[in-house]
Ligand binder design. Structure first.
Ligand SMILES: [Fe+2]
Ligand SMILES: [Fe+2]
Length: 256
């Protein structure tokens, strides 16, 4: 199993990101209601912080695993997460709001993650990305104005690929494990996913409603997305999924 195709993907994906960004009128005025604005500001402030981690510890663990291709690809993913954080910041400025200073709970979560092994940390990444995917898609499709929809599209298209990337690394990480070990890992992560989806729904309830979700509907969809990804990651299949986008679509020149 080689992560070469992912190294290439992360290198080329910048072109697609730029195409999406070029299609957004970033100077368009903010045309949402005050309720929508308040809901999204609070949510974007949390996501701006959550996505801003520099990933030093994760990269160190990946370096110790001794797979230079995987490490290179993971660096590409960390850069994309920092760009997501910057996009949430851009959304905040669009809404005339400021960023939050770092909150102690972000540091606590990071400290907790540092105590874990690489496989577990990737499992947690998979949880976080699968339960948030629906929200990013909601922003892309039902965001209250063009800038918010552009930010949603920019992020959701990356995250779909990130989920496939985590699945591939988990398949490799569990390749030599018994089916009982996989079952146990999947079960433990499912519990974490239920908690993570609950926290997301509670923390971002106003924003979720502003893009048209019912809270229970969002929670159960998020868990279904996680469950699909988990069966891909912890099932018997050991071949890599690879990026879903054909290389051509990533390579295209920006359209005018
Ligand atoms: Fe992200
Ligand atoms: Fe991601």
């Amino acid at each position: 199993m080689s992560f070469d195709q992912w190294v290439t993907y992360f290198r080329r994906n910048r072109g697609r990101q730029e195409r999406i960004e070029a299609g957004v009128d970033w100077d368009a005025s903010c045309s949402m209601t005050e309720n929508e604005r308040a809901a999204l500001v609070r949510s974007f402030q949390r996501f701006e912080l959550g996505e801003s981690g520099e990933g030093h510890e994760l990269l160190r663990k990946a370096a110790r695993a001794g797979d230079p291709e995987y490490l290179e690809a993971l660096k590409g993913l960390v850069v994309e997460e920092q760009r997501h954080s910057a996009l949430f910041g851009r959304g905040l400025r669009h809404m005339g709001a400021s960023s939050l200073p770092a909150h102690w709970s972000d540091g606590a979560f990071t400290a907790l993650r540092h105590a874990l092994g690489l496989r577990t940390e990737i499992g947690l990444f998979l949880v976080a990305e699968t339960v948030a995917l629906g929200y990013f898609r909601g922003l892309a499709e039902h965001g209250p104005d063009e800038v918010i929809r552009g930010i949603g599209e920019r992020i959701v298209t990356d995250e779909v690929e990130h989920v496939r990337f985590q699945i591939d690394r988990l398949r490799l990480g569990f390749a030599g494990s018994t089916s009982i070990a996989r079952f146990a890992a999947r079960g433990a992560l499912s519990v974490v996913a239920a908690g993570a989806a609950t926290v997301l729904v509670v923390d971002h309830r106003a924003a979720l409603r502003a893009v048209g979700f019912s809270l229970y509907g969002y929670w159960s969809d998020g868990l279904r997305t996680f469950a699909r990804a988990a069966s891909a990651a912890f099932g018997k299949e050991s071949r890599m999924l690879g990026p879903s986008l054909p290389a051509d679509s990533v390579l295209q020149a920006p359209s005018r």
